[in-house]
Every structure is written in structure tokens, then in C-alpha cells.
Ligand binder design. Structure first.
Ligand SMILES: [Zn+2]
Ligand SMILES: [Zn+2]
Ligand SMILES: [Zn+2]
Length: 399
């Protein structure tokens, strides 16, 4: 598999007091991400912890840490590692969960003392003989791997390519020089039965098994069923309700009246809307002249800016792998180092533009492109049922 060039020093992991606030926040965000592991717990699993109160969560954390200490000890003794005179592992070598956050979905987000702790936790969990962490978090508890999700655009949807057919995904891997299994799954962003009859191309969500595979595609000319397509990284997006068209919630929790996403009328659905109706945005009000789904809506743009601020990974053109070129942009005050993204064969995305800005390279002006299927933790959040609720592409995806 092709890998990116290593042109510069590794990403600094220590606090740099000279760095700008945005740069520091991005570094901190990446470091925190590396230290977290998301555990999915099956609903109705009677062997999962029943008490999800702060006290119950504290107990779960302590139980996990106790088991981790035993596993670390065994591991170090087996590996011939150094232990202190009392036979205990030194404090800084122990895998410890520093924080445990129960999520509404039933999952637990674990934060470790250091990135290596999260890696070691994954190694223990992969060993079926250890029954870990299922012996503590429930028999169906599994680690949910971070999503490396890409959006393929202008993919022919005329029937040649079927993302639900594994043979087609295998072919996609071969055509694009990927290792077997590099593509975990693919699905259309919009349901096939919601397309117009004239539609010949559509957007495809592609989940890669590794950051390396996703980065390889981001640097390549990508072909699907023999056709060159455009591709970009999935980023965090504002959530828009596909019932009332307002931002901040989804249809399942909506108590408002249903509105047409194009003209905001409550009299008809999208399919019944005519181009003779004046576009109107529910968020911007009666004087607006754009649709609620418009990507040029000022409210949408403001929400995007807020998300970029909260999730600085949005501004990174690649998935971080530890190699410097995949990491955060270089220090903005030192623009002359050779730190630049690998050669691209298609126009840079909005995210790439941000990096180019920070390295003071000449700027092209590609159109704004956003469309997210990620949740707040960088894990793939879109289930097939959520996908079934997607109604409009070529516009802001709503939920
Ligand atoms: Zn709503
Ligand atoms: Zn309408
Ligand atoms: Zn608007």
C-alpha cells in the first residue's frame, strides 16, 4: 500500500507554550482521542452493569483497573519487563482508566492515562482467552473501532455498482490498490427509492478499516466501476431535522409540524414541491430566499464554524496515523519548513485549504464541502435505520 512521505519531524506531543490557541487545542484534542476507547454494550444484556449512577460507574472503573493491573503484571512478567523491588509495576507503566463516561446508547467511553494504555487495552480485549472486558461490561461488550469514513461523490448509481455486494467492494479494493478488507462497508448516503428518476450519480459513504487505507484513497485517483470519482473525508456536520427542518435535533424527537425542506410549506412534501414555489429557510425565517437544506444558509455556516471550533479534526485533511504529514498543521509561525501534504490528484477539500492557509501556500478556492455521518467521538454514527431517514443529497443531510 502506498504510504505518505515523511518530510518532517513527528508531531510534538508536549505542550508548546509558543503555539497559537487553535493549534494547541488541535494537539490536545488528538492526544485525548488517542487515549479513548468506546465500548458498545448490548441493550438488554443482563450480564452488563445495571447501576449506571456515578457510584456504579466508579465501581465499574475500579473493577476494570484492578483487572488491568493483573493483566499488566502478567504481561510484564511474561515479557521479562522490569518490576519494582516489591514485585509491583511502576506507576507510570500501568494501564489505568482515568475516566469512564456512560453514554445514552448504553456504551461506555473510557479515557486512559496515556495513549499506550488504550492500545494495550485493545490488545487484551482481542485475546479471547482473557474474556476481557466482557467479564465486567457484559458478555456482548465489544470495542467500537474509530471510523475512518470517506464520502465518495459522483458515483454512478445506474446499477453497475452495488455497495451491499461484497464482491463489488473487493473489486473496489483491487482497482484502487488497497489491501484485502481495507473497505469495511459502503452505503449510499440517500436511499435509492428517494432518488429522482433522472439521477445518474450519487454520494457514497465508505468506511475504511484503517487510517492508512483511508489516507491512501485521499491521496489517489479513485475509481468506482471504472469511473473516476471525487472523494473527501467525512467531517462533523450540524444535525438538521428532516421533519421540521430546524437544526439541533432529529425527527425521532421532533414535536414540530412537518415542513417542506425547499419552501418551508406545511402543505406538501419534497416530492410534491414545485420549482414555482419560492425557496424559504425555516432557520432564517420568512424573508429568506434559500431552502432549509441550502449549504449556503448563514445559520448552517455558523453552526459549521462552531463545530470546527469544537472538533478541530475537521480541519485536518487526513486521518492521523502518527506520521507527521497526517497530523495537525505545522506551527503557523514557521511557514518555511517542508511540511506539506502529499501530492493530491484532485482539487483540495475545504479541510485541505485550511492547512494550506496555515502553511502560507497559494490558495485555490474550491467550493465548501461538508457532509457528516460522524458522531461526537469520531466513531461512525450512522446506522442503516438512520440512513433510511436521509432525504436529500446535494443539500445538507438531515436526520
Ligand atoms: Zn424537528
Ligand atoms: Zn415545497
Ligand atoms: Zn437559512
Amino acid at each position: 500500500m502506498m504510504s505518505g512521505p515523511s518530510l518532517c519531524q513527528p508531531v510534538p506531543t508536549a505542550y508548546n507554550p509558543a503555539a497559537l490557541a487553535d493549534h494547541t487545542r488541535l494537539q490536545q484534542h488528538l492526544l485525548r482521542t488517542e487515549r479513548t476507547v468506546l465500548i458498545e454494550v448490548a441493550s438488554g444484556d443482563a450480564t452488563a452493569p445495571a447501576d449506571r449512577s456515578p457510584t456504579g460507574n466508579h465501581t465499574v472503573r475500579e473493577t476494570l483497573n484492578k483487572r488491568l493491573a493483573e493483566l499488566d503484571q502478567d504481561d510484564f512478567l511474561f515479557e521479562g519487563g522490569l518490576v519494582a523491588e516489591d514485585g509491583e509495576l511502576p506507576e507510570d507503566a500501568r494501564t489505568q482508566i482515568r475516566g469512564i463516561t456512560p453514554l445514552k446508547s448504553g456504551a461506555y467511553l473510557l479515557e486512559f492515562n496515556f495513549a499506550e494504555g488504550a492500545t494495550r487495552f485493545r490488545t487484551y480485549a482481542r485475546n479471547p482467552a482473557l474474556c476481557f472486558p466482557s467479564s465486567i461490561l457484559g458478555q456482548w461488550a465489544v470495542i467500537k473501532e474509530k471510523a475512518h469514513t470517506l464520502i465518495f461523490r459522483f458515483v454512478s448509481c445506474g446499477g453497475m455498482f452495488d455497495p451491499s455486494n461484497r464482491d463489488h467492494l473487493d473489486e473496489l479494493e483491487q482497482d484502487n490498490n488497497l489491501l484485502e478488507g481495507a473497505i469495511v462497508s459502503a452505503s449510499w448516503l440517500k436511499r435509492a427509492d428517494h432518488r429522482s428518476l433522472k439521477q445518474t450519480v450519487a454520494s457514497l459513504k465508505v468506511v475504511c478499516s484503517s487510517a492508512e487505507a483511508a489516507n491512501h484513497l485521499l491521496q489517489s485517483r479513485v475509481f468506482v466501476a471504472g469511473h473516476l470519482i471525487t472523494i473527501r473525508k467525512d467531517v462533523q456536520e450540524p444535525t438538521r431535522c428532516n421533519k421540521c427542518q430546524h437544526y439541533g435535533h432529529i425527527r425521532n424527537t421532533c414535536k414540530n409540524e412537518e415542513r417542506c425542506p425547499s419552501c418551508a410549506s406545511s402543505d406538501h412534501t419534497t416530492a410534491e414541491c414545485s420549482i414555482s414555489f419560492t425557496p424559504r429557510c425555516m432557520s432564517c425565517g420568512p424573508n429568506s430566499t434559500h431552502a432549509s437544506s441550502s449549504r449556503s444558509c448563514p445559520i448552517f455556516k455558523r453552526l459549521c464554524d462552531d463545530l470546527d471550533h469544537r472538533f478541530p479534526e475537521n480541519s485536518m485533511p487526513f486521518f492521523p496515523t502518527g506520521e507527521a504529514w497526517t497530523g495537525p498543521p505545522p506551527h503557523p509561525n514557521r511557514p518555511h519548513l517542508q511540511q506539506r501534504a502529499p501530492r493530491r490528484t484532485h482539487p483540495p477539500s475545504r479541510a485541505t485549504r485550511i492547512v494550506l492557509t496555515m502553511t502560507f501556500l497559494p490558495l485555490p478556492s474550491p467550493p465548501l464541502r461538508r457532509q457528516s455521518t460522524l458522531d461526537n467521538f469520531g466513531y461512525s454514527a450512522t446506522t442503516s435505520s438512520q440512513l433510511q431517514h436521509r432525504r436529500r443529497t446535494g443539500s445538507v443531510p438531515s436526520q
